[in-house]
Design a protein around this ligand. Structure first.
Ligand SMILES: NC(=O)c1ccc[n+]([C@@H]2O[C@H](COP(=O)([O-])OP(=O)(O)OC[C@H]3O[C@@H](n4cnc5c(N)ncnc54)[C@H](OP(=O)(O)O)[C@@H]3O)[C@@H](O)[C@H]2O)c1
Length: 293
């Protein structure tokens, strides 16, 4: 039985689907199990990763664990998960980390949190694999509202490029690490096949959606306000902005062969991701005029 944390989120949900398809038995963790909406046959348990008793309960009878935690609680939650996994006799732990963690010069919050989480996993004594993706293609869904409303992408750091990766490819690497052999003690940095700036992503989205889109560079302050408007706490908003600023560095535009090497399949392109999520960006309304030309 494989325990999947973060199972209702972007990567975890894709992983659950792939594990079920591979015939694995899956137990999923959610704080709201009744609303998890996971495939039939998946056992869903209610647990908060900050609750050691609930996590220990979820770990009973588990052989392998996918560990996904988020935000400032990453060090604490990874510590709780790693300890519970060791106590329960788990034989394999796969942690979702962040590509930036591998940049020794990175001292901003998100790689710092994940570095502490990785250390907890590595100290647990349970055989581990660390998966460190660069930026997710699905971050483009943050632009869905302004694209639907007026065909415009607002984003900061327009000169920066990130070799964005499809969450389904991240899940595929995690699935191989959970189900296959030879991945213990390995750290996999993942990217897509092409570094893209926000303007270049906008062009690809326009092509896929079949209508013109505009890219408007906003200041980091405006981008931060937009994150806060979505209800994100200030500490996390600052951490996200610090991470986004690193798109201006060369680290984020490195293309890694890892998805192909581990899964045997080439990583999906941003155009493929966009085509599969086109509905989220809406259809052009005839006669509508854009406020930005
Ligand atoms: N976005 C990027 O570009 C990027 C790049 C590299 C790495 N990452 C890393 O990816 C991770 C986020 O992955 P994601 O985008 O797939 O997540 P997500 O879509 O934001 O979903 C978060 C998941 O975590 C669960 N969760 C949150 N707090 C919880 C808690 N206290 N107890 C139990 N479950 C909890 C949620 O489950 P319920 O709500 O059902 O409880 C949900 O399934 C973070 O570690 C981030 O640093 C992101």
């Amino acid at each position: 039985m494989i325990l999947v944390t973060g199972a209702t989120g972007t990567v975890g949900r894709a992983l659950v689907d792939q594990l079920v398809e591979a015939g694995a038995r899956v137990r999923a963790v959610s704080r709201r199990p009744a609303e998890a909406g996971l495939p039939a046959g998946v056992e869903v348990v209610g647990a908060d990763l900050g609750d050691p008793v609930a996590v220990a309960g979820a770990m009973q009878g588990i052989e392998r664990v996918f560990l996904l935690s988020s935000g400032p609680e990453i060090p604490e939650h990874d510590g709780i998960l790693a300890k519970a996994a060791a106590t329960a006799g788990v034989t394999r732990l796969v942690k979702l980390s962040s590509g930036r963690t591998g940049d020794d010069a990175a001292t901003d919050p998100i790689p710092t949190w994940h570095r502490a989480g990785e250390q907890a996993v590595e100290a647990s004594g349970v055989p581990w694999t660390i998966v460190r993706p660069l930026g997710f293609m699905s971050n483009a869904l943050h632009w869905a509202g302004s694209i639907r409303d007026h065909d415009t992408v607002y984003a900061a750091f327009g000169q920066g490029r990130i070799a964005v990766v499809d969450p389904r490819d991240i899940a595929a690497v995690a699935a191989v690490a959970l189900l296959g052999e030879g991945h213990d003690g390995r750290t996999y940095t993942l990217s897509g096949s092409q570094p893209l700036s926000p303007g270049e992503q906008t062009e690809i989205l326009a092509e896929v959606l079949g209508r013109p889109l505009h890219y408007v560079e906003v200041s980091p302050e405006q981008a931060r306000s937009a994150i806060l408007d979505h209800g994100v706490p200030a500490e996390l908003a600052d951490a996200i902005m610090a991470l986004r600023a690193t798109a201006l560095e060369s680290f984020t535009s490195v293309v890694y062969p890892t998805v192909q090497d581990v899964t045997g399949s080439a990583p999906r392109t941003f155009a493929q991701w966009a085509a599969d999520h086109a509905a989220a960006f809406g259809q052009a309304l005839p006669g509508r005029t854009s406020p930005v030309s």
